[in-house]
Design a protein around this ligand. Sequence first.
Ligand code: NAD
Length: 434
Amino acid sequence: MTTATIAPTSDAPVGEASSVRPAAPHVNFNQITNEQFQEAADHMKLDQEVQLLLRTPYRELIVQIPVRMDNGKLELFHGFRVQHNAVRGPYKGGIRYHHEVDLNEVRSLAALMTWKTALVDVPFGGAKGGVTCDPTQMSRKELQSMTRGFAQKIDMAIGIYRDIPAPDVGTNAQIMAWMMDEYGKKHGYTPAIVTGKPVNLGGSLGRDEATGRGVMIITREACKAFGTDIKNARIAIQGFGNVGSWAARLISNLGAKIVAVSDVQGGIFAEKGLDLDKVFSHLKNTGSVVGTPGTKSVTNEELLTLDVDVLIPAALGGAITEDNVDDVKAKLIIEAANSPVTPYADQRLRSKGVRVVPDILANAGGVTVSYFEWVQNLQQFNWDLDKVNHELELRMVKAWNAVYQRHTDEKIPLRTSAYTVALAKVAEASRQRF
Ligand code: NAD
């Protein structure tokens, strides 16, 4: 069987996230999101009726996707779309292709999207989707067939003012192009149905790098606020896909030393800072960062416990758990991935004085530029890259300031602060509607 050759829109690799199990397969992601929600809801004494509405998703769709594989056999995939809440606007959220995708995980990721969109003040609600599959083991033809099948099955639940999918782990601009094309067969030309499309097909300039750029902005602001000089900061990044690789590139442009990065196959380390050009070129030639000349190998576990100023988990959820939290040495963690820190680990980090900038803030740059893409599609008017980056900068800094202000005023962790800022907006919209 040939390996998928989806054309990436950047140097970032695609889909290889699936070839090993995630860091902590036993983690119950929905429980993580619920606990985080509850802590903030209790802190702000959120109305019980609003809590009731927000604790469970509005709609959950599970679909069957039969695909005739290249070997002639019929394989049955399962796809999910969970729509958590849409009081602030249409549902919005990525599509994940990974062998560990299940309803529980998608539910959790959908709720995170509700808080994330509220936090950066884009007029969307929260949703997420996924298909349980291993895209690295599928041919381009099989992937296309599965994607089109998925798009058909969720057709009744999506729409430009209803629910707008985007890429996530294991999916990319090519997958979005197929989804748009499939939707268009029935509804006519509808570029706003998905974001993260190829620029040539109505995608936005700057969308590919947007999440990594947002991570860079938040890392910069957090370093400033907590007294770390970004120019001399030593940074380790777990995950070198779309988010991790862009974050590495953009943060190193600020002068920081990226001393370690990793992908699913392992990590690399250089005491004086990695030469990222070499890392990208090695990745392009071999499919992994491992073995980049002039670097030492480290395991993913070792990377998380390196003596660095800033640790950026940018792979999958459940990276920092009770098993390794006590070995973490970084004083600042920026959650570029969704749910990389379990609640137990979060409490331990708090007690050790480690600051954790939560996912709903740190990785919100992606959905922010997805919003810009949607706006451009609706208006049929394209923005230039400077405008996209400028608007992203404004929204990310505004969200950071709101979270940091509440963190210092109310002496609460950054995560609780971010949740309360977001929840207040969702709660207000709920009260106004009901
Ligand atoms: P991706 O598929 O492009 O890259 C994932 C990276 O993680 C790859 O380098 C892969 O090799 C690595 N990886 C997978 N399993 C690993 C493991 N067990 N240990 C170490 N590395 C591992 O995905 P992405 O789009 O970069 O997403 C990364 C994270 O960021 C996910 O949690 C995703 O939900 C979150 N996120 C992504 C976006 C976006 O716009 N792409 C937006 C918000 C949040």
